[in-house]
Design a protein around this ligand. Structure first.
Ligand SMILES: Nc1ncnc2c1ncn2[C@@H]1O[C@H](COP(=O)(O)OP(=O)(O)OP(=O)(O)O)[C@@H](O)[C@H]1O
Ligand SMILES: [Mg+2]
Length: 258
């Protein structure tokens, strides 16, 4: 049986007395492509924030490679192999693509290299690696351009590359396909398949069910802060609770899209 890279055990979180996560427990298997889905406000981003250490859970535990992350700060979690992208793009708009991507290395490149201007740091292995990664994902030609001048689809890809530069074993992506057109979404899927083929485990949140279906094999579903399904994506459509949670949603997010 395969090993879990991430284990959530009874994770609960409230904001101002409102329960946003309630006893959420599931495992993400090493090397898997695992989706986390659910209607708006279900608690998906909050769960990502708990896993990545932005919020501490009120109750319950997060284990990464069997280590309890309770009290471990975000920065240290990245260093230990757990990296993420954000629902809203968090790139530095005035910096170049290369500079943004190199910022993703800060958890493992000595700090002194990070504060040098790029011209001085040009011999660093970090820069070579960043260029190589951009190249292998087909966006190297944009490396000198300012991020703010680039189309949304490319910026989303850069966010993923930046998260990858931390050298994660688990890459968490919060709505990587949101706002992308069909062509951009297909490119992103190929790109993530490539990431997965390098042995990196993927945990991703997205509302685009055709995208999720074509990439992931396992899925956890949340509704109102609770886990209502956890299993193979192939059996999702037969689950009564899941169908109920999605009833009445608009056609873009409905499971019938899958
Ligand atoms: N820092 C916070 N303070 C107070 N309430 C919060 C905070 N963060 C999230 N919430 C609330 O928690 C609930 C879950 O939000 P969350 O962003 O986790 O949902 P989501 O599943 O990611 O939704 P979406 O699909 O729209 O991104 C919402 O009701 C939200 O308003
Ligand atoms: Mg969210």
């Amino acid at each position: 049986m395969s090993r879990s890279i991430l284990k959530l055990s009874n994770v609960s979180k409230s904001f101002g007395g409102v329960k946003v996560l309630e006893n959420v427990s599931f495992d993400v298997e090493q090397g898997s492509r695992h989706a986390l889905i659910g209607p708006n406000g279900a608690g998906k981003t909050t769960l990502f924030n708990v896993i990545s250490g932005i919020h501490e859970p009120d109750k319950g535990s997060v284990f990464f490679e069997e280590k309890d992350l309770n009290g471990v700060p975000s920065r240290k979690r990245i260093k230990e192999g757990l990296s993420r992208s954000f629902q809203n793009i968090r790139l530095m708009p005035h910096l170049s693509v290369l500079e943004n991507v190199m910022l993703g290395q800060h958890s493992r490149v000595p700090f002194i290299d990070m504060i040098k201007p790029l011209s001085l740091a040009s011999k660093s292995a970090g820069k070579d690696e960043a260029i190589e990664t951009l190249n292998s994902f087909g966006i190297d030609l944009h490396r000198g351009q300012t991020v703010s001048s680039l189309p949304y689809g490319i910026r989303k890809k850069i966010e993923v590359v930046r998260a990858l530069m931390a050298g994660p074993r688990l890459l968490m992506l919060d709505e990587p396909a949101a706002g992308l057109n069909t062509v951009e979404t297909n490119t992103l899927r190929d790109f993530l398949n490539e990431v997965s083929s390098r042995g990196i485990t993927l945990l991703l949140v997205d509302h685009d069910m055709p995208f999720v279906n074509s990439l992931c094999t396992q899925v956890s579903v949340m509704n109102f802060g609770q886990l209502i399904y956890d299993g193979p994506i192939s059996e999702l459509r037969n689950d009564k609770k899941v169908l109920e949670a999605y009833l009445g949603m608009d056609e873009d997010t409905e499971l019938s899209n899958a």
